[in-house]
Design a protein around this ligand. Sequence first.
Ligand SMILES: Cc1cc2nc3c(=O)[nH]c(=O)nc-3n(C[C@H](O)[C@H](O)[C@H](O)COP(=O)(O)OP(=O)(O)OC[C@H]3O[C@@H](n4cnc5c(N)ncnc54)[C@H](O)[C@@H]3O)c2cc1C
Length: 248
Amino acid sequence: MKIVVCVSHVPDTATKIVVGSDNKTIDANGVTYVLNPYDEIAVEEALKTKEAQGGDVVVVSVGPDNNKESIRKALAMGADSGVLLKDDNYRDSVGVAKALAEEIKAQDAQIVFFGKQSVDYDNSIVGQLTAEMLGYNCVSVAVDLKLDGEKITAEREIEGGREVIETSLPAVITCQKGLNEPRYAALKGIMAAKRKTIEEKDAAVSENSVEILEMKKPAPKEPGKIVGTDSSAVPELVRLLKEEAKVI
Ligand SMILES: Cc1cc2nc3c(=O)[nH]c(=O)nc-3n(C[C@H](O)[C@H](O)[C@H](O)COP(=O)(O)OP(=O)(O)OC[C@H]3O[C@@H](n4cnc5c(N)ncnc54)[C@H](O)[C@@H]3O)c2cc1C
């Protein structure tokens, strides 16, 4: 079975983000990029699927040359090969999905894993868009997955509980925390990844339907207010919580 896993290359969440001088992009200087954490879960699920069913795991990413670092990390975890769909320019989520759908079609993949969300732009949409473009079934925010031939039984995380659903291949699965515990890339895997192929292709042409007008940091938080340091401050504190903060 051909298994595809789609990965984004994102700023490490510990990185301090600075908006670029154009006010529309992130200043990449000094930013450490990593494999999107939800995509590590997707890679793990793809590898587990291969171990259970046999097949090949192909890692696909859309973006500039640097995305190869995240592809390489997935290869070190155990994926078989990678494809970089090259694009150095801004591409909206629809454009990312278009490029991925074209490649998945060419790979004739039966099951495609995504993270539930890319932790940089947070749209949580690329997996579902890609499924629609391919005409594949789609399971989003999966926290449990079982494959029995063509049949998929999955659990999805929903508000306050879990939903159990059944569908069939071909399918897109978007992976949520709790689905599995991603394996570490051991030294052997890291060495082996250096010999694995990452094919480069131009990403399918796509015209953006979304234009970024501005990127801005959140407004600085108001400084805290110290009402008093002993119990005599309680009445005033209660009054402020009631009348100003309106939380009690
Ligand atoms: C070359 C390039 C430059 C960009 N520049 C900007 C920019 O300057 N400003 C801006 O706001 N946005 C930019 N983007 C982001 C773009 O707008 C998309 O939104 C982004 O690629 C995906 O983020 P998302 O929040 O839509 O993903 P989500 O829908 O949250 O991602 C869900 C899942 O889809 C998969 N996925 C997401 N992105 C990719 C990818 N690129 N390749 C493979 N799988 C993926 C992953 O499995 C991920 O977990 C750029 C994208 C590209 C490719």
